[in-house]
Design a protein around this ligand. Structure first.
Ligand code: FES
Length: 521
């Protein structure tokens, strides 16, 4: 890691820190080859994040042959951009679960996530993985004057489920809190170092492989299943879709998952970082965890918003840094990065059979920002289902469930919102394309001969023009200046400036468009 100070602020946006995830910068990059022709395996796993890699590892341990198929590089999406809290304390969730799912299924969720922590700990031990794994307490807190009653209710609910919860008012944070739920014996780790070790075991197993730069186009749930990729066909008895948002939407997941973006800065403090994992569930949330590798480094997250609705997203980094500096004595900002999560409408992930009509296709999605444990749960649960073993957590994670009480407000607002943007994209007028005023670093959505185009002029003056129509369901994309990407406000697909898919559900890239641009600028 290279130390930096405020002199690293970039000239264009006065943002501090290197624009890269600390996990990506402090672990090896992968270079697995692409699929080369057709392949027959027991199980195909689509997506190389924590859920996909954990599932594949579990299946290989059970003696299966597995192919992990990843469009880009494994562990380079949300798993490489998390704050990596390995905890079963997910904000204020257990009181909600007992109310809306009942005690039995709330118990399943609690047990599953506690088991995930222990599974990670055991795997680190068994494989001897050097991934900075350690034990600590996790806290969900509110500011003074905040929702203490909600914190008390969460402690009661968690204790009822046998979780290691207590109510506290003192923490290691350098500012006062109004009260906190504390869970003991939780954990942290370096997510990429841990999962790279699991992926290596999958890649080395007989008949198995990890295949990067391999794009899946279609999944046929037959007997056997067929997975069509740009590099060949994979035939498998079972298929797991762990592509963050399911690339093959068998059960209207687009209407049940809300995409969220959030921001992280890694800050070097003048002094030691506080011990513990912290989360303030206010809107926007505020999250803190020390970085195990260095005593004075702390990861601070927050400023979340619905994808495609961040406004000026460089401002999100500024606000987060400002908030961090108000609360901590910061020497320098070392890194900054953004990430994307999908939250299910009832706050529980979808893990299991992908749809009532599919028999051998499974899904894992909607971890809601708590992917380190829920992604591990997904791996354990799906491996059990595929191997024909009983699993005690299937009911609560069942993707075909519909808990109206738990989901009605999010269900209505999410879909109303998506429909509004789909409609507005077609009835709202856009300016006619006029590139003469487009300065370096600027972007615009405009009409070019009646077709909406998304145009970005980079800092070197080169113009990048693509169709502004999202290839998922046709909403118009909007500019994300913080990440220099085109983001869809409907269901969260993201594209780079040349139209390549960065985040699903879209599978196809945006078409390139020829536009004329004055060369004398
Ligand atoms: Fe669904 Fe763009 S992500 S329309």
């Amino acid at each position: 890691m290279t130390p930096s100070d405020d002199s690293t602020r970039d000239a264009s946006g006065d943002l501090a820190g290197r624009h890269e995830s600390i996990w990506m910068d402090t672990s090896d990059r992968t270079d697995y080859g692409a699929l080369d022709g057709d392949l027959r395996v027991d199980t195909a796993v689509v997506g190389g994040g924590i859920a996909g890699v954990t599932t594949a590892h579990e299946l290989v341990e059970a003696g299966q042959s597995v192919a992990v198929l990843e469009r880009g590089r494994i562990l380079d999406g949300t798993t490489g951009r998390t704050t990596a809290k390995v905890t079963s304390l997910h904000g204020l969730v257990y009181d909600h679960l007992i109310d809306h799912f009942g005690v039995e299924r709330a118990q399943q969720y609690a047990d599953a996530n506690q088991a995930a922590i222990e599974h990670v700990a055991d795997t680190v031990d068994d494989l001897g993985v050097d991934c900075e794994f350690g034990r600590t307490s996790a806290y969900t807190y509110v500011d003074p004057g905040g929702n203490r009653r909600g914190v008390r209710a969460e402690v009661d609910a968690a204790r009822r489920l046998g979780l290691p919860a207590s109510f506290v008012e003192d923490t290691d944070l350098p500012y006062d809190v109004g009260g906190a739920v504390r869970f003991d014996d939780q954990a942290y780790f370096h997510p990429r170092k841990y999962l790279l070790a699991l992926a290596a075991e999958v890649a080395d197993a007989d008949g198995s492989g990890v295949f990067e730069e391999t794009t899946v186009h279609e999944i046929d749930d037959g007997d056997p299943c067929r997975v069509d990729t740009d590099r060949g066909e994979v035939v498998a008895d079972d298929v797991v879709i762990a592509s963050h948002f399911p690339i093959s939407d068998h059960a209207l997941y687009f209407s049940r998952l809300t995409p969220k973006r959030s921001y992280v800065v890694a800050a070097r403090l003048d002094g030691d970082a506080p011990e513990g994992l912290y989360y303030d569930p206010e809107d926007p949330y505020f999250s803190v965890r020390s970085h195990a590798g260095e005593d004075s480094l702390v990861l601070i997250g927050g400023q979340d918003h619905r994808t495609g609705h961040g406004g000026n997203t460089t401002d999100r980094y500024r606000k987060l840094e400002r908030e961090a500096r108000e609360r901590f004595d910061i020497e320098s900002i070392e890194y900054r990065w953004a990430t994307q999560d999908y939250k299910s409408i009832d706050r529980v992930p979808f893990v299991g059979n992908a749809a009532p009509q599919t028999r051998d296709v499974y899904v894992a999605t909607g971890f809601g920002g708590w992917g380190m444990t829920n992604g591990t749960v997904a791996g354990l649960l799906l491996a059990d289902l595929i191997c024909g073993r009983d699993n005690p957590w299937t009911d609560v994670y069942d993707p075909t469930r519909f808990e109206f009480g738990a989901s009605k407000s999010d269900l209505l607002s999410h879909n109303k919102h998506a429909m509004k943007h789909l409609f507005e994209g077609y009835v709202e007028s856009h300016p006619d394309l006029d590139l003469s005023g487009l300065a370096p670093g600027e972007a615009v959505v405009a009409d070019d001969r009646d077709d909406p185009v998304a145009v970005y002029r980079d800092e070197d003056g080169e113009v990048h023009a693509v169709s502004a129509v999202c290839t998922h369901m046709g909403c118009l994309v909007s500019w994300n200046d913080g990440e220099e990407s085109w983001d869809c406000p409907c269901h969260g697909s993201r594209f780079d400036v040349d139209g390549a898919v960065l985040d699903t559900p879209a599978v196809d890239d945006l078409d390139a468009v020829d536009v004329e641009y004055p060369t004398d600028r």
